[in-house]
Design a protein around this ligand. Structure first.
Ligand SMILES: [Zn+2]
Length: 378
């Protein structure tokens, strides 16, 4: 049903159009044109200002020709570096880069598949419900585009982000919430050799506090890591200031809140016990997704996968995605496996069979959304 040749050509054109985070303008223009060529309008929001990039997020609405669940599909336009001058090499059933750049199948495989699906819907006169396509910016910089998007403009009842590792058929039903944790420690400067007694070393205070805190895996659902530490002015000055940055994640919001509170309490108590002062700042970077196998958004994707001979695999992941933001905004949303492999490396590749499969999966989801509608006449 799908035109594999056209799909691969579309994919190669997308990856050949550079869109490193913050510089998505060329891909935005390509997509606006791709939509216009299909008689559709893609509108850009004002997120460029918020994310300080060339482009905002793009939204295209596709009015349906049949009743059914309104479905949102989302993919991100940006890539990591090195992402300039990507030349796709198609060989022995896989697509890879020339080895000196990433490929950009993360996430342009999803975009190419969505465009091909639109073409198939039209060519084969298939029934489809109202669809919304969201192409975000700055995903690789911490979901910046999605965070800046106004989800109240959407009408979709369920959403799928096409941005997970794993082959088509993988459905991410659990992903963590994450807090960014920052501690600032204030001590007292003094000369390290002449009068160290008058100083209070902020680096030492932070080290003592950290050494009494857990690190790494806390339990099955929960992790924490303090990954950055900076402070002091010179070797021979007792450090007056130290800055510690870390994170905590959990599949459970309650556990995240409890861990964050316990870490912060221990840190501050320890610093104060030694005579210093600590300031803390906690930011929720994204909320958790915790879907059940019988939630509509999961059941629909699983049944669509089965309908085209893919085995649905319900998985959990240790990181956030645009799905975290969409789900948090109130549209039940799952992240789906696209088949991209070794992403964020110059060895990134995707199998042609997976690129085709994810396109068929999109079409199957659309078809299932129509068929499962109670008003539809089978
Ligand atoms: Zn991605």
């Amino acid at each position: 049903m799908i035109n594999e040749d056209r799909l691969v050509k579309g994919f190669c054109k997308l990856v050949g159009t550079a869109s490193v985070s913050g510089r998505e303008g060329a891909v935005r223009d390509l997509l606006i044109k791709a939509m216009a060529d299909r008689g559709l309008k893609a509108t850009e929001d004002a997120a460029a200002l918020t994310v300080n990039g060339e482009s905002g997020n793009l939204l295209a609405r596709i009015p349906g020709n049949a009743p059914g669940q309104k479905v949102l599909f989302a993919a991100h336009m940006d890539t990591v570096e090195p992402g300039e001058g990507v030349v796709a090499v198609v060989e022995a059933g896989i697509i890879r880069s020339q080895g000196d750049t990433i490929l950009g199948s993360d996430d342009k495989a999803a975009i190419a598949a969505l465009l091909e699906a639109l073409d198939v819907l039209r060519e084969k006169h298939l029934a489809f419900p109202d669809l919304e396509l969201l192409f975000t910016v700055g995903e690789e910089q911490g979901l910046k585009g999605a965070k800046a998007f106004d989800f109240s403009v959407l009408q979709s009842e369920i959403g799928y982000v096409l941005d997970a590792g794993g082959e088509p058929g993988c459905i991410v039903i659990q992903s963590p919430c994450q807090n960014e944790i920052e501690y600032e420690v204030y001590g007292r400067a003094a000369h390290a050799g002449i009068n160290p007694e008058e100083g209070l070393n902020a680096v030492h205070l932070a080290a003592k506090a950290l050494s009494s805190m857990p690190s790494g895996r806390i339990d099955h659902d929960t992790t924490c890591n303090f990954g950055l530490i900076a402070g002091g002015k010179a070797r021979n000055i007792v450090a007056e200031y130290c800055h510690v940055r870390g994170e905590a994640r959990s599949l459970s919001r309650r556990k995240l809140d409890e861990l964050t509170a316990a870490l912060t309490q221990t840190f501050c108590d320890e610093v104060e016990r030694q005579g210093g002062r600590a300031q803390t700042s906690i930011t929720l970077l994204y909320p958790e997704i915790s879907l059940k196998p019988d939630d509509e958004v999961v059941r629909l994707a699983a049944s669509a996968a089965r309908s085209i001979g893919l085995k649905p695999r319900l998985i959990k992941t240790g990181g956030g995605s645009d799905a975290s933001i969409i789900h948090g905004a109130g549209i039940p949303c799952a992240n789906l496996g696209v088949g991209m492999q070794k992403v964020h490396t110059c060895q990134e590749f995707i199998k042609l069979s997976d690129l085709s499969a994810v396109t068929r999966l999109i079409l199957a989801i659309i078809q299932t959304a129509v068929e499962q509608n109670p008003d539809s006449n089978p």
